[in-house]
Design a binder for this molecule. Structure first.
Ligand SMILES: Nc1ncnc2c1ncn2[C@@H]1O[C@H](COP(=O)(O)OP(=O)(O)O)[C@@H](O)[C@H]1O
Ligand SMILES: [Mg+2]
Length: 271
C-alpha cells in the first residue's frame, strides 16, 4: 500500500480535484483505492454525494478512539462509492472540533498512520485530501505519506504561498526527523495569460528538483465533473485536463518510492 498526500496551505488551488483525479486514474488501472478526507469542510466527501453535516462515520472517530485502533474500527468508518474499488473514509463536520477536543493531549500525530496500517492489505493506494490548515490533521497526513503532492495555482499570488508552504515543510521535517519527497504540481495553467506562463516558469526555476515537469491546464470540465459527482476520467475521459492528470499519475507511479504501483501500471493494471 502506498500513500499519497495532497496538500497546500492555500485553498482553491486544486487539492480536492487532484485527489479525485488521481484516485480515479488509479482505479482505472485496477488498483484498490482508498480516499481519505482530512478536510473538515468535507469537499471530497461531498464530491461522492455524502453530506458531511449528517455523517456519523469519519476520520474524527479514529482520533477519538485512538487507543483502540483496529481493522474493524477503521472499516466501520468507511463508505463505499458508486465505483467498485473506490472507497471513502469521509470527513464529517465534527472533524473541525478535533483540535478543540484534544487540546493539550499528546499522541495524536500517528493516528492516521496506525489506522492505515490496520487496513494495509485491503488497498493499493491511499489518496489523502487535506485542508489548507496546519495542525494535527496535516501532521498526520505528512507522517504517513510516501509522496507529498503540492498543487500550486499558476498565478502570482501563489508564489508567496508556495514559499511559505515549503518553509513550513522543511521545519516540520527537521523537527520530526522525517523527510518526505514532495512534488509541486502547477495547476489551472492558462497559456493565454502572461501571469500564468510566467508563474509556471518561476516555479520550475525556483524548485527544479521538486516540480513535476508538466502542468494541469485550466479546464471547466473539472467543475462540471465535481457538480455531477463523477471522477474526471469517467466524466470526460479525453479532456485536456484528464490527459494532464494521466501523465502526472504515470510520473508519480515511477518515482522510486512508488515502484510497486508502477509494476501494476506496466502490467496494464491487470488484477
Ligand atoms: N484545472 C482546473 N481548471 C479549472 N477549474 C479547476 C481546475 N482544478 C480545479 N478547478 C475548480 O476550482 C475549484 C477549486 O478546486 P479544488 O480542487 O476544490 O481546490 P482546493 O481543494 O485546493 O480548495 C473547484 O471548483 C474546481 O472544480
Ligand atoms: Mg479541497
Amino acid at each position: 500500500m502506498k500513500v499519497w498526500t495532497v496538500a497546500n496551505q492555500k485553498g482553491g488551488v486544486g487539492k480536492t480535484t487532484t485527489s479525485v483525479a488521481l484516485a480515479g486514474l488509479a482505479l482505472e488501472q485496477g488498483l484498490r483505492v482508498l480516499m481519505l478526507d482530512l478536510d473538515p469542510h468535507g469537499s471530497l466527501t461531498s464530491y461522492f454525494g455524502q453530506d458531511p453535516d449528517r455523517l456519523e462515520k469519519g476520520a474524527i472517530n479514529l482520533f477519538m478512539a485512538r487507543e483502540k485502533i483496529s481493522p474493524s474500527l477503521v472499516k466501520t468508518n468507511l463508505l463505499p462509492t458508486r465505483y467498485p474499488g473506490m472507497t471513502l473514509l469521509p470527513a464529517s463536520t465534527a472533524l473541525a472540533t478535533l483540535e478543540r477536543k484534544t487540546v493539550g493531549q499528546g499522541g495524536l500525530g500517528l493516528v492516521v498512520k496506525q489506522s492505515l496500517a490496520a487496513v494495509e492489505d485491503e488497498y493499493d493506494l491511499v489518496l489523502i485530501d487535506t485542508a489548507p490548515l496546519l495542525g494535527v490533521l496535516m501532521i498526520n497526513a505528512l507522517a504517513c505519506c510516501d509522496e507529498l503532492i503540492i498543487p500550486v495555482q499558476t498565478e502570482f499570488l501563489a508564489l508567496k504561498g508556495l514559499e511559505r508552504m515549503v518553509n513550513t515543510l522543511n521545519m516540520m521535517f527537521r523537527s520530526n526527523k522525517r523527510q518526505v519527497s514532495y512534488h509541486i504540481v502547477p495547476t489551472m495553467f492558462d497559456r493565454r495569460t502572461q501571469a500564468s506562463v510566467s508563474t509556471f516558469h518561476t516555479i520550475r526555476h525556483d524548485y527544479p528538483e521538486h516540480t513535476w515537469p508538466g502542468r494541469i491546464p485550466i479546464d471547466t470540465k473539472f467543475r462540471d465533473a465535481s457538480k455531477a459527482g463523477i471522477p474526471p476520467h469517467l466524466y470526460e475521459p479525453d479532456s485536456r485536463g484528464v490527459d494532464a492528470y494521466r501523465s502526472l499519475y504515470k510520473w508519480l507511479c515511477r518515482l522510486p518510492g512508488s515502484r510497486s504501483i508502477a509494476d501494476t501500471y506496466t502490467a496494464g493494471g491487470a488484477r
